[in-house]
Ligand binder design. Structure first.
Ligand code: PBG
Ligand code: ZN
Length: 322
């Protein structure tokens, strides 16, 4: 009889035949930075995750470096919002300031800037409104300004998350023209209109004040359309493709894995984090075990990189500290 159990007998053989390894090198930790001073506010639906002002960030950054987490995804929360989100392309914008500060004091950290407007607009949509709809091409013009500004501030990589048509191509052209042809773009290529983003919108103060994002983010029912979105971003010059959310969309990640040689990223989003934390707090699941399991499943499905709010805890476990 062929007995697959022979290779499951003990931990030694199990780890020898393990097909997937989780590494801290794969983690990107999202970080929320709020304009102002003296701010360290825990996000109620995301235990362990805070909004920081820049002056309160040192302890967190030291910990991140000590844990060996290589990279951050930066989200900014400005004091003042307007209809276009113009704070997002100011030289002294909150993310621009943060990039300069972190690069100067923690040069080993690889800084990825989220490129979108929903944290910066007074209506909370991801672009410029015309008749209460996000106007694609007006938004592209602003995305170009934001991208160049973030590149000038010293970002290592840009990650457009607004699901505008042509966003990668527009950014690529603007960056190249301004002398940033080395700047990589990680596109939120396949981003679904998901209720899993709820806690993030509290964290980043970016909920739309009316309507929803279904006119730009994708319908969770669609799979072929994911390939179309990803094909377009590859044609436009994306360097890395992201699928978001992660867990309910691992089939999409696998589809992309089979189709492209580009590195793929999975965004383990706020709602996925919140659900795990809530169930663990109730003692209904083992939070640490489930966290490692779900992160491994993302890699098994095809992710090379994982954006996750669990990065610090997972790094501790991988280092044997827990
Ligand atoms: C904004 C943005 C969102 C997330 C990342 N960038 C929210 C949204 O589209 O409403 C979600 C991240 C998360 O839920 O962790 N464009
Ligand atoms: Zn947005």
């Amino acid at each position: 009889m062929i007995r697959p159990r022979r290779l499951r007998k003990n931990e030694a053989i199990r780890s020898m035949v393990s097909e997937t390894q989780l590494s801290v090198n794969d983690f990107i930790l999202p970080l929320f930075i709020e304009e102002g001073e003296g701010i360290k506010k825990e996000i109620p639906s995301m235990p362990g995750i805070n909004r920081f002002s820049l002056d309160q960030l040192d302890a967190e950054l030291k910990e991140i470096v000590d844990l060996g987490i290589p990279s951050l995804m930066l989200f900014g929360i400005p004091k003042n919002k307007d209809a276009e989100g113009s704070h997002s392309w100011q030289d002294n914008g909150i993310v621009q300031q943060s990039i300069r500060y972190i690069k100067e004091n923690y040069p080993s950290l690889y800084l990825i800037a989220d490129v979108c407007f929903c944290e910066y607009t007074d209506h909370g949509h991801c672009g410029v409104l015309v008749n209460d709809q996000v106007d694609n091409d007006l938004t592209l013009t602003n995305l170009e300004k934001q991208s160049v500004s973030l590149a000038k501030a010293g970002a290592d990589m840009l990650a457009p998350s607004g699901m505008m048509d042509g966003m990668v191509g527009a950014m690529r052209d603007a960056l190249d023209l301004d002398g940033h042809s080395d700047m990589p773009i990680m596109s939120y290529a396949v981003k679904y209109a998901s209720a899993y983003y709820g806690p993030f919108r509290d964290a980043a103060d970016s909920a739309p004040t009316f309507g929803d994002r279904h006119a730009y983010q994708m319908d969770p029912a669609n799979r072929k359309e994911a390939l179309k979105e990803a094909d377009l971003d590859v044609d436009e010059g994306a360097d890395i493709l992201m699928v978001k959310p992660a867990l309910s969309y691992l089939d999409i990640l696998r589809d992309l894995r089979e189709r492209y040689t580009l590195p793929l990223a999975a965004y383990n989003v706020s709602g996925e984090y919140a659900m795990l934390k809530a169930a663990a707090a109730k003692g209904w699941i083992d939070g640490e075990k489930l966290m490692i399991e779900k992160l491994i499943c993302m890699k098994r499905a095809g992710a090379d990189l994982i954006l996750t709010y669990h990065a610090k805890e997972a790094a501790e476990i991988l280092q044997g500290k827990i």
